[in-house]
Write a protein that binds this ligand. Structure first.
Ligand code: BGC
Length: 417
């Protein structure tokens, strides 16, 4: 199978020979007459154009053949949780674009963060005879029944970003290393406060994600494990006393819920002028609410370290404006590429394993993990991509120069897709 990259190389090769040949014509030597130079240039250009056209045609034909053979007549059902949390809009359109580029018919659903709705949407996709299901679950534990129907119909299921629990219908999991996302947030706080050297104590409050989302505990644990030793020694203090996942979780990752909870925390623990140093938030939708609460209800004047995850537009604006300190970026464009290659392999009757990573020639790092994600029926083989810390200092390099975002006239980055 020839990847897009190889086709591009062919085209670039052709363009290069065009300029190299044209270059020969130009520097044809002092003694050459104008006519000879012209004839030579013309011949060179013609030859180069022919070469370019040939290569382009070859690449096009291969790409077209690939598009029609890979996906011909096959349907992919993609179930996303909601449009109300920004990233899933990007996931949905990247996935749709990837599968369509290979000739698959794509059915994409969004379920408004309603569990029953997602079950109905997946039932609809099954009834629609999809050949493959790619699902980001709203509630990891609520799809057992509907996915047993998928299994009966022999429809393979890729658990996308969030692990689907308690069903043996899931063949593979594609995500980012979720524990590392939290770890990066914890390490960022540790380094910003120089916890190994500074005397402290510093005050920190935690905000985590949706208990129905299997990722949420991974994020929280990743961060907490880094910071726990400093909490234990008293260098980091959690004034609210809320250090358990269940106490700091945010249903549906909802911004307003996170804001209300944080207003209460500020009112009860910081209204006497106590300084808050860190608000560790598991993602951007919760960080947005916490930032709002700090703006309206925090008496202090220091700039609070606020973490996040995703690179949502409003949060990147806050990052540029110095209101949020970092976000962990997960290149969902790459996750869509990995999902496509995995999906194609499954639909071709293969049993993908670690070798898929080399075979696919991805330009991004990915680990094949067969130990971390047990969904209650056994370990689900996982392809885990690598997240990146983004701050005010590196967002241009990490987000804009990479093409994931473009700089707007307003001075803020906006998603390119
Ligand atoms: C995703 C995060 C996202 C959160 C809320 C999680 O499952 O991994 O990237 O911030 O859901 O949408």
């Amino acid at each position: 199978m020839i990847k897009g990259k190889k086709a591009l190389a062919l085209m670039l090769g052709a363009t290069m020979s065009l300029s190299m040949l044209a270059g020969c014509g130009e520097s044809g030597g002092d003694s050459t007459t104008a006519a000879a130079t012209e004839a030579k240039t013309e011949a060179a250009t013609e030859a180069a154009t022919e070469a370019a056209t040939e290569a382009a045609t070859e690449a096009d034909t291969e790409a077209a053949t690939e598009a029609t053979t890979d996906g011909a007549g096959k349907k992919v059902g993609i179930a996303m949780p909601t449009r109300s949390l920004e990233r899933w809009n990007r996931d949905g359109s990247y996935l749709e674009e990837q599968f369509k580029s290979k000739g698959y018919d794509v059915k994409l659903t969004y379920s408004d963060n309603k569990i029953d709705q997602q079950v109905k949407d997946i039932e609809g996709l099954i009834a629609d005879d999809v050949d493959l299901l790619v699902i980001a679950a709203i509630d990891g534990e609520s799809l057992t029944q509907v996915l047993s129907e998928a299994k009966e119909e022999n429809i393979p299921v890729i658990s996308y970003d969030r692990l689907i629990l308690n069903t043996d219908a899931v063949s593979y999991y594609v995500s980012f290393d979720n524990y590392t996302v939290g770890k990066l947030q914890g390490e960022f706080v540790r380094d910003q406060l120089d916890l190994d050297n500074a005397a402290g104590p510093f005050n920190i409050e935690f905000t985590a994600g949706d208990p129905a989302d299997n990722n949420a505990t991974f994020f929280f644990n990743g961060a907490y494990d880094v910071l726990k030793p400093y909490i234990d020694e008293g260098k980091l203090v959690v004034k609210s006393g809320q250090t358990q996942f269940d106490q700091v979780a945010t249903k549906q990752w909802d911004t307003a819920t996170a804001m209300n909870r944080f207003q209460n925390i500020l009112g009860s623990n910081y209204s006497d002028g106590t300084q808050l140093d860190v608000a560790l938030c598991s993602n951007d939708s919760t960080a947005l609410g916490v930032t709002q609460a700090i703006e309206t209800d925090y008496a202090g004047t220091n700039s609070v370290i606020i973490t996040g995850q995703d690179g949502d537009e409003a949060n990147l604006k806050n990052l540029v404006d110095g209101k949020q300190t970092m976000t962990v970026y997960k290149a969902v464009a790459n996750l869509a590429v990995a999902t496509l290659d995995l999906g194609v392999a499954i639909l071709n009757g293969e049993t993908p394993d670690a070798s898929l990573i080399d075979k696919s020639g991805w330009s991004f790092d990915c680990d094949y993990d067969t130990s971390s994600y047990d969904n209650g029926t056994g370990i689900i083989p996982s392809y885990l991509l690598v997240p990146t810390v983004v701050t005010k200092d590196n967002y241009q390099k990490e987000l804009v120069d990479t093409g994931y975002y473009t700089m707007g006239d307003d001075g803020y980055p906006h998603p390119a897709n």
